[in-house]
Ligand binder design. Structure first.
Ligand code: ZN
Length: 199
């Protein structure tokens, strides 16, 4: 038996498909939305559509941006010879918040996971290797998470880069195992960066 109207049910269904939103939260959000003025609901919907249409990957580091080249990659004051490889744009944001890293980034948008069937070609690895060709890069810091997937990815990347002669380092494992970088405090992030070891 349907407790709510079909429209409400559909809205709850769509909302509960979002990450971190369970059925209860989805119901709460759905009722909140239908009780809001039409204008503000339209604004929210438009903002979502616009973000989807306008946001793209930086053609250099693959982070999410609304420009061809993101503000970090186009900043001449950043050290373009040091590239930190992260799993996603949220991890990039975590390191940016420390404002202690002056290099540039490369965002993989995932990690290799044989269990989930995610292989090297499913993440932005090819883009990284292309970027390294002919570029003046002195160090690649691999800052993937310390989960099994993150470690697998780190090993894979280091094997790929080693023959190029570019120095490859891995952030220290002060980061809790399985910990998402974005939830780790600034001090731990910096300690992990400072204590990086050559692979
Ligand atoms: Zn960029």
């Amino acid at each position: 038996m349907d407790l709510y109207s079909g429209y409400i049910n559909r809205l709850i269904e769509e909302l509960s498909a979002l990450p971190g939103i369970g059925n209860k939260s989805a119901q709460r959000l759905a009722f909140y939305l239908v009780n809001q003025p039409e204008e503000s609901v339209k604004r929210l919907a438009n903002t979502m559509v616009e973000a989807k249409e306008k946001v793209r990957y930086c053609s250099c580091c693959c982070t999410l941006t609304d420009q061809e080249i993101c503000p970090i990659c186009s900043n001449p004051k950043r050290d373009h010879t040091t590239i930190m490889v992260v799993e996603n744009s949220r991890d990039l944001a975590a390191y940016e918040r420390t404002s202690k890293f002056n290099g540039v980034y490369h965002v993989l948008h995932g990690a290799i996971s044989p269990m989930l069937g995610i292989g090297p070609s499913d993440i932005r690895l090819k883009e990284l290797m292309q970027r390294l060709q002919g570029a003046d890069v002195r160090e690649v810091i691999i800052a993937t998470n310390s989960s099994l997937e993150g470690e697998t990815t780190a090993m894979y990347i280091s094997k790929l880069i080693k023959p190029t002669g570019i120095k490859v380092t891995r952030i220290a494992s002060g980061v809790p195992v399985g910990g998402d970088l974005e939830y780790i405090d600034e001090v731990t992030l910096l300690r992990a960066l400072d204590g990086r070891v050559e692979l």
